[in-house]
Design a protein around this ligand. Structure first.
Ligand code: SAM
Ligand code: SF4
Ligand code: FES
Length: 346
């Protein structure tokens, strides 16, 4: 039976047993207290500050075939695009003027962008601004590529592990992808000195409570700087087209649990959360999240980066995405700050 003392224990020790975690995840009558405690710990570590990351979705080509993702290679309906170095630098320029101090280059695994091309893009951004961080989110690469990007100036890398359970991993990915390789990539990135982010989708097909607990245990082992979780959202042109979306409440609960287990961490309130619930990102920020990642991609490509359906911030309204978010965030008593927004580990 889940009790208030369980939340107290989670907050004081940043840990729970598997049985306690399962009870917490599967019962909702103490959710409000969990949320309150997570917000208290968030404020203790980060005050009401919200860090922003400018997301530049620079290619929607992907050689992989993850069963859940709309960018997958076998989706022939999607109109593919690539941004030039100049396009990317223009996004950064616009973003810098708006107050962004982190740029996240995200894309499918696209061999068009060789290491040489990527290093040139990374070092060009770094040479233009002295007070920014470059984050990469471009999937699994060779160790030497990760090293080259680091030398070119990349600071951070986001690579969600997606699920820490082998069997579940094989239900979400084709046989040529493996959890072992994913984990190795994360290990290498950490060794090379990147600030790393990992995470998983909440409610991905076939996910069980036990899988989520394994995800949490894996994250405890990895100790990443950032943990990105968001609900799984179905895309009509994938093998999972008949699967149901992840649950917003479970996502919020997990954000709170992660805040209490990783008080120092950077936890984004994701676009996926905002897609499934009109105030999803605000709710995420109120229960422990402290990062948002507005879109900085050129307006004419935003709709084409359709990893899942009905993604927000892709239409006309998105021109002023940062201002819109600023208003939303202020309305709930938090504030966007102009900062690189490094992790605060004690
Ligand atoms: N290709 C890189 C990779 O896979 O790491 C970066 C881009 S990928 C689109 C970024 C993240 O989107 C993935 O890590 C995955 O968790 C998430 N994602 C993919 N399909 C999704 C879906 N249908 N619903 C919610 N999130 C999804
Ligand atoms: Fe490609 Fe990433 Fe989508 Fe997998 S999740 S298909 S690697 S873009
Ligand atoms: Fe993106 Fe409102 S936050 S348009």
């Amino acid at each position: 039976m889940i009790e208030q003392t369980t939340i107290k224990k989670l907050s004081e020790t940043s840990n729970l047993t598997d049985i306690e975690l399962k009870e917490l995840l599967e019962n909702d009558f103490l959710d409000e207290e969990l949320y309150r405690e997570a917000d208290r710990v968030r404020k203790e570590n980060y005050g009401t500050d919200v860090y922003i990351r400018g997301l530049i979705e620079f290619t929607n080509y992907c050689k992989n075939n993850c069963y859940y993702c709309g960018l997958r290679y076998e989706n022939r309906e999607i109109e593919r695009y690539r941004l030039s170095k100049e396009d990317i630098l223009n996004c950064c320029n616009e973003g810098y003027n708006l107050g962004f101090r982190t740029f996240v280059l995200q894309g499918g695994e696209d061999p068009f962008y060789t290491d040489e091309k990527l290093c040139d893009i990374i070092s060009s951004i770094k040479n233009l601004y002295s007070d920014i961080a470059v984050t990469l989110s471009i999937g699994e690469k060779k160790d030497e590529s990760y090293l080259a990007f680091k030398k070119a100036g990349a600071d951070r890398y986001l690579l969600r592990h997606e699920t820490a359970n082998e069997n579940h991993y094989s239900k979400l990915h084709p046989a040529n992808m493996s959890l072992a390789n994913r984990k190795n990539c994360l290990k290498t990135l950490k060794k090379l000195g990147y600030q790393i982010g990992s995470g998983f989708m909440v409610g991905s097909p076939f996910q069980t409570t036990e899988n989520i607990i394994e995800d949490i245990r894996f994250l405890q082992e990895l100790s990443p700087d950032m943990i990105g979780i968001g609900p799984y959202i179905t895309h009509h042109n994938t093998p999972f087209k008949n699967q149901k979306n992840g649950d917003v409440k479970l996502t919020l609960k997990l954000i709170s649990i992660l805040r209490l287990m990783f008080p120092y961490a950077l936890l984004p309130a994701t676009t996926a959360l905002g897609t499934l619930s009109p105030n999803g990102r605000e709710l995420g920020l109120k229960v422990g999240a402290n990062v948002v990642m507005p879109n900085l991609s050129p307006k004419n490509v935003r709709k084409k980066y359709e990893i899942y359906e009905n993604k927000i911030c892709t239409g006309e309204e998105s021109a002023q995405c940062k201002r819109c978010l600023e208003r939303r965030i202020e309305s709930i008593g938090y504030k966007i700050i102009i900062s690189k927004g490094d992790v605060k580990r004690k």
